[in-house]
Design a protein. Structure first.
Length: 67
């Protein structure tokens, strides 16, 4: 769930950055286009290896507080 929200944020930032450059140079366009897949990979890996494990480890604590 959090990964999807991060992905939506990255897509919005990418689109805004791409539209913000009126007359974009080729080097800047390539940098923006290459940054997007890198951000996708970072979002995926951080969700898979950090956020999911953190949520799983905190689930028993949350259940303790509400019962």
């Amino acid at each position: 769930m959090v990964g999807i929200l991060l992905l939506q944020d990255f897509i919005a930032i990418f689109i805004l950055a791409f539209l913000d450059f009126g007359n974009i140079e080729q080097a800047n366009a390539l940098r923006v286009l290459l940054a997007f897949p890198v951000l996708l990979v970072i979002a995926y890996l951080s969700t898979k290896f950090i956020l999911i494990k953190l949520i799983v480890s905190l689930t028993p604590i949350r259940n303790t507080f509400f019962f």
